[in-house]
Design a protein around this ligand. Sequence first.
Ligand SMILES: *Cc1c(COP(=O)(O)O)cnc(C)c1O
Length: 339
Amino acid sequence: MVDLRSDTVTRPTAGMREAMATAEVGDDVYGEDPTVTALEAEVAALFGHEAALFAPTGSMANQIALQLLVPPGDELLCDADAHVVTYEIGAAAAYGGISSRTWPAVGADLDPDVVAQLVRPDGYFAVPTRAIAVEQTHNRGGGGVIPLGVLRRLRGVADEHGLALHCDGARIWHAHVADGVPLAEYGALFDTLSVCLSKGLGAPVGSLVVGSAERIARARVVRKRMGGGMRQVGVLAAAGRYALAHHVARLAADHAKAARLAEAIAPFGVLAGPVRTNIVPLDLTKHPLDARRFAAAARERGVLVSVLGPNTARLVTHLDVADPDIDRATQSLTQTLRA
Ligand SMILES: *Cc1c(COP(=O)(O)O)cnc(C)c1O
């Protein structure tokens, strides 16, 4: 099987396992795990921020950040397709008492003027807006990359209204590689970022919240409250450090593999949009197969794909699919679409 469901399906490489096996560890709840401390310092520096905090998942990293930025009852603005309001099971409301309001799903085609019009002022009658969250790259937006200039304008909107800006950067590495924007340039635009080590980077577990020293000190408390304080977790931080050293630049190869897949299936009229990174979004509305039947037929031919909606599906390339796998997948998928 060629597994193109997600870039989360990767398994740790031999080198990564070696790094994990030999990691120096301590009790991180006491702040005594040197590998975790090193990873946190390294990621903070990459984004030009003062501090970072290791978290077990990207969802927890996002939710910690949102709780830092938005008091209970107040409002977060984000895209209707954002991970924070789609795939985190209502956590912002359940744990943070946060009221989320969305702009219509546009993926990476973000318009800061539309966002500005949604902002509600502090006041006695209205829900006050406190923060804006964006996703880079945009998962349900087909791996799209929001251009740096657009993010700068959004920062302007946030500043004008006194709002905080959060980046769900689960795949910010992909944006960095695709657009060549230094991570610190992204870092400079956001009050908080969450970044994942277990998506394209191939670590088994791990995300970080990035921000100011003051915010990350509070983040440590919020993480503990959510049950996310971990002990000898340097074995996982070591996987993350290995991933940062070895698996960032190679994302370009994953992007090239996605582009090859997209080119092969483009003639069938099922591409939902341009392919910028490692995600190939499919829209089967005009195809005889709906998404479920397409996925079942592709599985028969040895390819696993994700179903996102009745007529939407996606293919994701990653560390564990090599070029020959892509050759097999393009053959199987073109046969599936032709049938
Ligand atoms: C995967 C993902 C997350 C975090 O997911 P976890 O499974 O909780 O680690 C957050 N944001 C985006 C955009 C994602 O794709």
